[in-house]
Write a protein that binds this ligand. Structure first.
Ligand SMILES: *Cc1c(COP(=O)(O)O)cnc(C)c1O
Length: 492
């Protein structure tokens, strides 16, 4: 099976090539040329199977230039008793007869990014061998919190790869900062940048595009790569859990094989929801995807009006991983919605770049609305939802999941809804506790303990004891010094 770019579909690439390259040369995103089918009989065979078995059934269809053995190796390194502390990997909780929660946060860093970032480094490491490069790969990450730690955990001690993470000094929570600065491994590097997240991201983008600096790296035996969700290697593992949730519902007698269900997804970069959409394209019986946003509701407006307009204020919320104005993966969705019309997609993204806005045609808008519904929750609604869900179901959710549960509650459907839960509540303790109690403290670890006292929810191992771990990464740099620290690390 081959892959093509959303901005030029004439060239074809193998899976290993697209995982290695990340972004296409003309700036487009890679997608499968044709999405592989899964029959209802095949889905039936997956009912009751382990996460690892389902992962294999899905991945072999997309990664056709990997051997079965290679895929099995990647799966067992990524999803095991050590990385995920529950045999289910992704447990499904029933709240009521219509509403289920898929817990995607049992991995090492307590956020759903682990679902992809536990396996992607192994896929990349095999891709590097396949495309036969003689250079060592250096992964650069700019993070506002969750991605940085998940990438560090995924890439640590992977042979032939180094990872360098930049985060804004004072711009992440204490838990997130300590998660990153205490990372071990012999190939992990972390630097706090004096500036905000935009400064980190702009700095990393500038480095990726800097011809002279890349030549210097190449001459010294290094090559840059990215761990963002623009990389197909981060998307494909996310298709797996949509099948897991569906087959669990069949196994538990909640639905009959072939029944359609809905998924409601707290959305930022549109990666998670897009993976679900590919599951549907393959043949998973899904009626609607409900795209949930916080008050940065640019996507809600887009699905309602067909106009994507980023000329608006950026608001910081209690669900920071969804504070985003450009959802990169939407481009892949639009490419699919227009039956691979690369010219149209090019034009829309040119408009976005030049004017900050584009509008899709009526046909595309209607096609989108057959598949996606959208809604948002504001800060007050998010807090209230956390409280209501705790009082009603004795179940604690984080702020991102709360946004999706609120939007799911507004959605009228006779079909069952599965909500993607993207973070463990302890990862966002301050705002979760605020919704449940008047307790306040400047010390995040006291808040964690108080949340534990009130809810009885076990403290996730990604957070437990974090305040006692040794801080290994102490670099604080100016934003002009990002290239210098890379050179220091690589000794060039
Ligand atoms: C990254 C993230 C999201 C958004 O996921 P996308 O794939 O970017 O849409 C939602 N919630 C949490 C907790 C996240 O870390």
């Amino acid at each position: 099976m081959k892959y093509i770019s959303t901005r030029d579909k004439s060239k074809k690439y193998s899976a290993a090539e697209v995982i290695k390259m990340g972004l296409s040369n003309e700036g487009g995103l890679f997608v499968p040329e044709t999405v592989p089918d899964i029959s209802i009989d095949e889905i039936k065979n997956l009912v009751g199977k382990s996460y690892q078995d389902i992962a294999k059934a899905i991945l072999v269809k997309f990664l056709t230039d990997y051997t079965e053995k290679e895929i099995e190796d990647c799966i067992s390194l990524a999803y095991n008793n050590f990385t995920f502390n529950t045999p289910d990997v992704v447990p499904l909780k029933k709240l009521n007869d219509n509403l289920y929660v898929m817990e995607l946060w049992h991995g090492p860093t307590a956020a759903f990014k682990d679902m992809a970032l536990q396996i992607m480094p192994h896929l990349l490491s095999k891709a590097i061998k396949k495309v036969k490069t003689d250079k060592e790969t250096v992964i650069l990450v700019a993070t506002s919190g969750d991605t940085g730690k998940a990438a560090l955990e995924g890439y640590k001690d992977i042979e032939g790869i180094k990872i360098i993470v930049f985060y804004p000094e004072g711009g992440v929570s204490k838990v997130q900062e300590l998660q990153m600065s205490t990372t071990d491994g012999n190939n992990t590097y972390v630097a706090a940048v004096k500036g905000n997240f935009d400064d980190c991201q702009t700095g990393v983008k500038e480095i990726f595009g800097n011809v002279e600096f890349n030549k210097l790296l190449n001459d010294n035996g290094y090559e840059l790569s990215s761990a963002n969700s623009i990389n197909w290697g981060r998307l494909v593992p996310q298709i797996i859990y949509y099948f897991k949730a569906y087959t669990d519902l069949v196994k538990n007698g909640e639905i009959k094989l072939g029944d359609e269900i809905n998924f409601c997804i707290p959305t930022g970069n549109f990666g998670n929801i897009l993976a679900g959409f590919y599951a549907k394209l393959m043949g998973l019986p899904v009626k609607k995807f409900i795209c949930a946003s916080n008050i940065n509701n640019i996507l809600t407006n887009f699905f309602k009006t067909g106009v994507y307009d980023r000329n608006r204020a950026f608001v910081k919320t209690s669900s920071p991983s969804m504070d985003i104005l450009i959802s990169s993966n939407l481009e892949r969705f639009l490419f699919e919605m227009t039956a691979h019309d690369d010219k149209k997609v090019n034009q829309w993204y040119k408009n976005l770049k030049e004017t900050g806005r584009f509008e899709v045609d009526t046909f595309t808008k209607e096609k989108m609305s057959e598949i996606v519904d959208a809604g948002f929750a504001d800060e007050i609604e998010t807090g209230e939802l956390i409280e209501t869900v705790f009082n009603t179901y004795n179940y604690v959710v984080d702020t991102h999941t709360a946004v999706a549960l609120k939007v799911a509650g507004d959605f009228k459907s006779v079909d069952k809804i599965v909500v993607d839960s993207t973070a463990n509540p302890y990862k966002f303790s301050v705002d979760v506790l605020k919704a449940l109690s008047d307790y306040s403290s400047d010390d995040e670890f006291r808040i964690v303990n108080e949340l534990n006292k009130i809810t009885g929810l076990e403290i996730h191992r990604a957070v437990k004891g974090l305040d006692k771990k040794e801080v290994k990464h102490k670099a604080v740099i100016k934003k002009e010094e990002m290239k210098d620290i890379i050179k220091d690390i690589l000794k060039i």
